[in-house]
Design a protein around this ligand. Structure first.
Ligand code: ATP
Length: 443
């Protein structure tokens, strides 16, 4: 029963995303790919806001962090040093009858879940996309689309140290696309073959590593909650020893209760000196840090909070999504949808609406729109009844609707309707910037 309701909820969210221009199936007019998605006009705003909130918190507000933006294509040796060529695999099984492929850990028994045919033994399947660098397609020019952004940071560790005058403990933050040829993509944007990551590599003196690991687990969990994810829908899961990746001395996942079950949003890993040591070995370059004060030379240990922008965006969408049957009294008795997104994340911060299309109200509303759009994403809408327009904005998560009515023409005040409480305050036109600034902050 609950499972059915959850599936229905997920379907409704996917439908809303398509209908209102958040997320579309990629290459849909050709039948789609089923493994990648495109962000539409509202989706790109939402996703950009998620990235901006992450960057602000982790780079702008910190003195011990700098950002960077590495290339997707890297020297092929990078992926040997990182261990990806050797071990970045998932176990794959084939159906002998219908030829479909599955992740071995996603099927039970030796029977094909699609046709009941017999499955092959599991074999490792490397998830990296292979490609060729340069005009010659031979083995010497094979490289990969990066399966994580992290390696772009490690190979630039020395460059950043030398150019930024930072010293451990300090971090490098990066947002960018990654690619994995997932055997079974699915659950909307949760698991795709092209996705975006936000990753931090935080370099620390070895003796402080454990303490920084705990610090980042808490810091990252707080970030999601401060932006609106409900406490009861998030949890931490520490990996058992046997589950740890080849580089990890400890990993904690931040999980979110999606309609399809508890799943990983972000992993925080204590990687020891694995990455710098391997790159030192494979490149032959000294990557150690010399601490002038203690006169010690060492390879810093790394704490890595690694999250997915698309997964975070999906979690914020799911958590904000609410269907109110019977409506909220604005009009009619059908189901109303409200996206209770945190104002910082909402794609449109305010809508400016003339109550009716006469008496100079549209001109007055347009002038307000002109002014406010200099600072925020603000929409002007004069089409349909005011109740309809409020509902349209509720559905895309706009926190405030500013309405120009007949009183505006007399005393220069407008109403500001709050998406969540539906209360309406009268605010002087000239004070709208200050009002929104206080409610939404710098965006
Ligand atoms: P999973 O177990 O779900 O495959 P993972 O443990 O392999 O994930 P990491 O390698 O830790 O993932 O990647 C860090 C983050 O990148 C994940 O927490 C997730 O948010 C994001 N991510 C990884 N793979 C994908 C994908 N295929 N689609 C979307 N996001 C992804």
């Amino acid at each position: 029963m609950e499972e059915q309701a959850n599936l229905q909820k997920m379907e409704n969210i996917v439908a809303l995303c398509k209908r209102r221009g958040f997320i579309f199936p990629s290459s849909e007019i050709y039948g789609g790919t089923g493994s990648v998605w495109d962000y539409g006009p509202l989706g790109v705003l939402l996703k950009n806001n998620v990235k901006a909130a992450w960057w602000r918190e982790n780079v702008q507000l910190r003195e011990d962090m700098v950002g960077m933006d590495a290339a997707i294509l890297m020297h092929p040796r990078v992926w040997e040093a990182s261990g990806h060529v050797e071990v970045f695999t998932d176990p794959l099984v084939d159906c002998r009858k219908c030829r479909q492929r599955f992740r071995a850990d996603a099927v039970t028994g030796a029977v094909c879940p699609a046709c009941g045919g017999e499955l092959t033994e599991a074999r490792p399947f490397n998830l990296m996309f292979k490609t060729f660098m340069g005009p010659v397609e031979d083995t010497a020019s094979i490289t990969y689309l990066r399966p994580e952004t992290a390696q772009g940071i490690f190979v630039n560790f020395k460059n950043v140290l030398q150019s930024s005058r930072k010293k451990p403990p300090f971090g490098i933050a990066q947002i960018g696309k990654s690619f994995r040829n997932e055997i079974t993509p699915g659950n909307f944007t949760f698991r795709t073959r092209e996705f975006e990551q936000f990753e931090i590599e935080f370099f620390v003196p070895p003796a402080e590593a454990e303490q920084w690991y705990r610090y980042w687990v808490k810091q990252r969990a707080d970030w999601y909650r401060n932006l609106g994810l409900r406490e009861e829908n998030t949890r931490l899961r520490e990996h058992e020893q046997a589950e740890l990746a080849h580089y990890s001395q400890g990993t904690t996942d931040i999980e979110y209760r999606f309609p399809f079950g508890w799943s990983e949003l972000e992993g925080i890993a204590h990687r020891g000196d694995y990455d710098l040591r391997r790159h030192q070995e494979y490149s032959g370059k000294d990557l150690a840090w010399f601490d002038e004060q203690t006169r010690e030379r060492y390879l810093p240990h790394v704490i890595e909070p690694s999250g997915g922008v698309d997964r975070a965006t999906l979690a914020f969408l799911v958590d904000a999504y609410e269907e109110i049957s019977g409506g909220r009294g604005t009009a009619g008795a059908e189901v109303e949808t409200v996206l209770r997104l945190h104002p910082r994340l909402a794609p449109i911060k305010a809508a400016v609406l003339p109550l009716v299309r006469k008496d100079g109200m549209p001109e007055r509303a347009q002038a307000i729109h002109e002014r406010l759009k200099q600072r925020w994403m603000v929409e002007y809408d004069s089409g349909g009844s005011i109740g309809r327009r409020y509902r349209r904005q509720d559905e895309i998560g706009t926190p405030y609707c500013i309405t120009v009515d007949s009183q505006t023409l007399q005393d220069g005040t407008v109403t500001v309707r709050d998406r969540d409480t539906m209360t309406q305050d009268r605010v002087a036109e000239g004070e709208l910037e200050a009002f929104l600034q206080e409610k939404i902050g710098v965006c």
